[in-house]
Design a protein around this ligand. Structure first.
Ligand code: DX5
Ligand code: ZN
Length: 217
């Protein structure tokens, strides 16, 4: 499968986010991963739709907006207006509303992605895999960059890739987020992921072009 690299701007310099996303595009990124945190679903607060709108003119790359918020349904339209190309919502925040919300996101002509936390069983995700444009597997507890990759995630990725194949969606994008760097990306891809989020690994690198290309394998 085509491997895509999605740098997380959580590790960027927030004083110059526009320049940072333009640089990531020049360095070969495929998506810009925007970690939106509300101080409730996860303890920290990062940024919202206004910041996404502000960086929109600086890149042509798809903006992959990962909503770590309660009541994500109340925020969809503002992120669509801000220029999001993908909106990801957590199964843990949506409960039974997950499928209708994915359809609502798609109704705006953008991609809908469902996200699952490390402690949530893969099976809870199966219904969303029927309709989502992408699924996102958290490989750390959401909230902070720079954490260690949780190794049990690999088995979950294998389960989800096998499920995608068994429902006739072998090419479903499976994104993995948290603790990924050059030391473990191969295992993550071998397990069945094809969209790789990386924050600290890319922003701590003096040569982002080389790091992105090595992450792609
Ligand atoms: C965690 C975020 C991740 C994180 C990735 O809540 O969703 O996107 O910033 O950062 P690294 O690659 O540093 O783990
Ligand atoms: Zn994220």
């Amino acid at each position: 499968m085509n491997i895509k690299i999605a740098p997380s701007i959580l590790s960027a310099d927030f004083a110059k986010l526009g320049e940072e996303v333009a640089l990531l595009e020049r360095c070969g990124a495929d998506l810009i991963h925007c970690d939106v945190m509300d101080g409730n679903f996860v303890p920290p607060i990062t940024f919202g739709a206004q910041a996404v709108a502000a960086i929109r003119p600086y890149t042509k790359l798809p903006l992959d907006c990962h909503l770590m918020t309660l009541h994500p349904e109340t925020h969809i339209e503002e992120f669509v207006k801000a220029g999001a190309d993908i909106i990801s919502v957590h199964v843990e925040a949506c409960g039974k509303n997950l499928l209708p919300l994915l359809k609502k996101i798609q109704s705006f002509g953008i991609k809908a992605c469902a996200v699952i936390n490390p402690e949530t069983a893969a099976e809870e995700f199966f219904p969303a895999m029927e309709i989502a444009d992408m699924v996102l597997v958290m490989s750390v507890h959401p909230g902070w960059g720079g954490q260690r990759f949780i190794p049990e995630t690999l088995e979950k990725i294998r389960t989800l890739r096998a499920r995608a194949e068994s429902i006739g969606r072998p090419d479903l994008d499976i994104e993995v987020d948290g603790g990924i760097g050059e030391g473990n990306v191969k295992e993550v891809i071998a397990a069945g992921a094809n969209v790789i989020v990386a924050g600290s690994a890319i922003f701590s690198s003096p040569d982002k072009t080389a790091t992105i290309s090595r992450l792609r394998g």
